[in-house]
Design a protein around this ligand. Structure first.
Ligand SMILES: Nc1ncnc2c1ncn2[C@@H]1O[C@H](COP(=O)(O)OP(=O)(O)OP(=O)(O)O)[C@@H](O)[C@H]1O
Ligand SMILES: [Mg+2]
Length: 455
C-alpha cells in the first residue's frame, strides 16, 4: 500500500514540476528572444551610423577609418560598392562572410534590414544598409556579428536558469516533505485509532482536533471510541448483574431440592420446599422472558404499529385494568385528561408502558396513597405525567433508574420481586414511539414520570 503522505507528495511534486517547467520555459524563451533581438538591432544601428558617416563623406580615408574602428570591436564591417566590389573590410574575409556577400540584395528600406538572424545555426548574424552619395545609391554597409558570442551569452543564461530551477526544485521538495507530514499526520493517527478500535481497544486519544473537516472526523472517532468504551463497560456490568440475578434463585432451588429429597421428611415441609422451588423457578423464567423482550427491543425486532387512539378512553381502560390491584392495597388512582384528544400510538405497546409505570407506583408507595395520571396538551407535544406519593428515588440514583437491572434498594426489591428491567423496557418503548421519558423525584414525597409525545 502506498502511504498517503507519499501519494500526496508525488502528486504535489508532479503538479508543481509541470508548472515550473512551463513557466521557466516561457521565461527562458522570452529572455533569449529579447537578448538576440537587442543584439541584432544594435548591429543594425551600428550599420546605420556608418551609413550616416559615409553619406557625409565617402572618401578612402573615411572608409579606412570605419574599417579601423570595427577591427577593435566584436563586430565586423564590410563596405561594398553597388556592384559588390569590396571597398573595405575590418577583418579577414572568410568564406562565411563571403557567402553572405554573394546573396542577392533585397529591396532595402532606409534603415536597412536583417539578412541573417539564425544565431543557432549560422556562424554570423548580419544586417545590411545601403548608403547614398550625391543623391544616388553608392554602395552597401554589411555588418556581421559572430554568433559564438551570442551563443556564449545564451549558454550563460541557460546555466543561470538551470541553477534557479534546481534551487526551486530543492525548496519545493523540502516544502512538500513537511507539508505532507503536517497534512497527513492527523489522518495517520486516525487510521491508527480506528485500527485500535477494531481490535477492541477503546482507549484511544487523538491529538486536539483542528477546526476543519479533519478535526470533525477526529472528533467523531473520539466520540465513537468513548461510546464503545461505555457500551463495553455497560455490557460487562449487565452480564455480571444477570449472572448474579440468576445465581440467587438457582442457589435456592438446588438447596431446597436437596432438602426436599431427604428421607423421612414431613409431607407439609416437603410441600413448602417444593413451593419455594416452584416460585424461584418462576422467577428465573420471568427474568429470562423480560431479558428476551429487552433483547428484541434492542434489535428493533418488534415493530411499533401506530394507530389513532383516543387517549382518554385508552387511559380509562388501563385505569380499569389496574384498579383492583390499587384497591387491594387501599391506594387510589386518578386520571385527568382533556376530552377528545387523539394520539398516534401502538396501543398494545403503550399499554405496557403505562402498566409498568403504574406497577412501580403501586409497588413503591405506602398504603392509602394516591397516584395521578395527568395529560397536558401543548403546542407541538402531549405530556403525560404519572405522579405518585411513594417513597421517592434518591437524587444520586435518578440517572441510573432506566438502566437494566438497576434497583435503588437491592434488598427491598427482592421481597417486592422486581428485576429492575421495567423502566428499561419503558424507555425503549417510549423512544420507539419517537417520544421521551424523564423523571422527577423527592425522597419521601413521591415520584413523577413524564412522557413527552410529539403530536
Ligand atoms: N414510582 C417509583 N417510586 C419509587 N421508586 C421507584 C419508582 N419507580 C421505580 N423506582 C425505582 O427504580 C428502580 C427501577 O425500576 P424498574 O421498574 O426498572 O424495576 P423494578 O420495578 O424493580 O423491577 P421490574 O419492573 O423489572 O419488575 C426500582 O427498583 C425502584 O427502586
Ligand atoms: Mg418496575
Amino acid at each position: 500500500m502506498m502511504k498517503i503522505s507519499v501519494k500526496f507528495g508525488l502528486w504535489f511534486f508532479f503538479c508543481i514540476l509541470v508548472i515550473e517547467v512551463f513557466s521557466m520555459g516561457f521565461l527562458h524563451n522570452n529572455l533569449v528572444h529579447s537578448q538576440v533581438d537587442r543584439e541584432i538591432h544594435a548591429l543594425q544601428a551600428r550599420g546605420n551610423s556608418h551609413r550616416a558617416v559615409l553619406e557625409i563623406s565617402a572618401d578612402p580615408s573615411t572608409l579606412h577609418h570605419i574599417g579601423l574602428m570595427e577591427s577593435h570591436t566584436d563586430t565586423e564591417v564590410v563596405i561594398t560598392d553597388t556592384k559588390g566590389n569590396v571597398l573595405v573590410s575590418s577583418g579577414n574575409m572568410n568564406s562565411n562572410i563571403q557567402a553572405v556577400l554573394k546573396k542577392s540584395i533585397p529591396n532595402l528600406p532606409r534603415n536597412g534590414s536583417i539578412i541573417e538572424d539564425d544565431w543557432q545555426k549560422e556562424p554570423y548574424i548580419a544586417t545590411l544598409t545601403a548608403y547614398n552619395s550625391h543623391g544616388k545609391k553608392a554602395g552597401y554597409v554589411y555588418m556581421f556579428k559572430n554568433t559564438v558570442e551570442v551563443q556564449k551569452l545564451i549558454t550563460q543564461l541557460n546555466k543561470h536558469f538551470l541553477l534557479a530551477s534546481l534551487l526551486i526544485l530543492f525548496f519545493i521538495l523540502i516544502t512538500i516533505f513537511f507539508l505532507s507530514k503536517v497534512l497527513t499526520k492527523p489522518l495517520i493517527s486516525m487510521t491508527d485509532a480506528t485500527k485500535k478500535l477494531s481490535k477492541g481497544d477503546f482507549s484511544v486519544t487523538l491529538p486536539t482536533p483542528s477546526r476543519d473537516e479533519l478535526g470533525e472526523l477526529s472528533l467523531s472517532i473520539q466520540t465513537l471510541a468513548t461510546d464503545l468504551n461505555h457500551l463495553k463497560k455497560e455490557r460487562n456490568e449487565f452480564l455480571a448483574s444477570v449472572s448474579h440475578e440468576l445465581r440467587t434463585p438457582l442457589t435456592y432451588i438446588s438447596g431446597y431440592a436437596d432438602i426436599a429429597s431427604r428421607q423421612g421428611l414431613d409431607v407439609k415441609d416437603r410441600v413448602q420446599y417444593l413451593n419455594i422451588i416452584q416460585e424461584e423457578s418462576q422467577r428465573v423464567s420471568q427474568l429470562l422472558k423480560e431479558l428476551f423482550d429487552l433483547a428484541k427491543l434492542d434489535q428493533n425486532a418488534f415493530s411499533i404499529i401506530k394507530e389513532k387512539v383516543e387517549l382518554c378512553t385508552f387511559l380509562k381502560s388501563v385505569h380499569d385494568k389496574v384498579l383492583p390491584a390499587f384497591n387491594n392495597k387501599g391506594n387510589r388512582l386518578f386520571v385527568d385528561c382533556p376530552k377528545s384528544l387523539s394520539v398516534e400510538i401502538d396501543p398494545v405497546r403503550f399499554e405496557q408502558v403505562i402498566l409498568n409505570l403504574l406497577d412501580n407506583s403501586l409497588k413503591y408507595s405506602k398504603e392509602g396513597t394516591k397516584t395521578f395520571i395527568t395529560v397536558l396538551k401543548e403546542n407541538q407535544t402531549i405530556q403525560l405525567n404519572i405522579q405518585d406519593q411513594g417513597v421517592g428515588i434518591p437524587q444520586e440514583d435518578l440517572p441510573y433508574i432506566f438502566d437494566r437491572l438497576y434497583r435503588v434498594e437491592k434488598s427491598r426489591s427482592r421481597t417486592t420481586g422486581g428485576f429492575g428491567l421495567g423502566l428499561a423496557i419503558v424507555k425503549q418503548l417510549v423512544e420507539a414511539h419517537g417520544g421521551e421519558i424523564t423523571v422527577e423525584s423527592k425522597v419521601g414525597l413521591g415520584t413523577c414520570f413524564i412522557i413527552t409525545l410529539r403530536k
